[in-house]
Design a protein around this ligand. Structure first.
Ligand code: ADP
Ligand code: MG
Length: 266
């Protein structure tokens, strides 16, 4: 690097899908840990008041006195709110139920959709990747996530109604792109909880590929009980059982994403 080259800043990705229970948080936690295992510096932002990404990273959400809520309302900065996930090897901007109050508090505030983006700027040089685990709504919180990101990663199950729900999210991404964030792109769709024995899933997977082409990640995450067990130990699945099929898939996904970023495709 020459003296005048700019400080490298983090790639910021939202993990979003407006449906609940589709694997957003599992993807956020395991991608964060996988990227860390591949030598990347990672911040995981928990944008869901349920605080599952916080807990699944081994951090007690109820002990997080300074958390994302204070950051969004301007009472704390990211540097004082972030906590290290010792098990995962990455930093977490934690959340708990307090965050649901932000929806109401933010309405009155200036630049209410850009508060996360502004807050993250101060730590951007500390990380290679910032991952934002979005709630299953298109709320002001999610808008803060989308406004502050370079791209969106959509985990999805290959089920009958999956494509239908997707068009709402894709339209929201387009609206945010036009009105709030001209940097935003759809990075890709990640097929998760995949079961090769189910013909319908294979059919939907083919449909997704013909519709979205190379926006569909090559990696497919299988349904794997080890991934579901891991959060109760406060561990990412890729740490809890490194040799499980689920862990291997997320490690591979981390590599795929790094390669895409290097190739300028994410
Ligand atoms: P979301 O954040 O979209 O609500 P979660 O990541 O919390 O979804 O996942 C919903 C449930 O599915 C959780 O109980 C989680 O442990 C489980 N789960 C997620 N991905 C997998 C997978 N690949 N295999 C098995 N269970 C999974
Ligand atoms: Mg979640």
């Amino acid at each position: 690097m020459t003296a005048d080259s700019p400080t490298p800043t983090a790639r910021v990705f939202c993990i979003a899908n407006q449906k609940g229970g589709v694997g957003k948080t599992t993807t956020a936690i395991n991608l964060a840990a996988a990227l860390a295992m591949h030598g990347q510096r990672v911040l995981l932002v928990d944008l869901d008041p349920q605080g599952n990404a916080t807990m699944g990273s081994g951090i007690d959400k109820n002990q997080a006195q300074i958390n994302l809520y204070q950051v969004l309302i301007g009472e704390a900065d990211v540097a004082s709110a972030r906590v290290r996930s010792e098990s995962g090897g990455y930093d977490v901007l934690p959340a708990n139920r307090e965050l649901s109050g932000a929806e109401i508090d933010l309405v009155q505030m200036p630049d209410r959709e850009r508060r996360l983006k502004d807050a993250l700027q101060a730590v951007s040089a500390d990380y290679d990747f910032v991952l934002i685990d979005c709630p299953p709504t298109l709320s002001l919180l999610t808008l803060n996530g989308l406004s502050g990101a370079h791209g969106v990663i959509i985990p999805m199950q290959c089920e009958y109604f999956a494509l239908e729900g997707l068009s709402d999210l894709v339209n929201t991404i387009k609206r945010v792109y036009r009105n709030l964030n001209p940097d935003l792109e759809l990075i890709g769709l990640l097929r998760v909880m995949f079961d090769t024995r189910i013909t319908l899933q294979q059919q939907v997977s083919d449909q997704i590929r013909s519709h979205f082409g190379d926006k569909v990640f090559k990696t497919v995450v299988p349904r794997n009980v080890r991934l579901a067990e891991a959060p109760s130990y406060g561990l990412p699945g890729v740490i809890y059982d490194k040799s499980s099929r689920g862990a291997k898939a997320y490690l591979e996904f981390g590599e795929e994403l790094i390669a895409r970023v290097k190739a300028g495709r994410a």
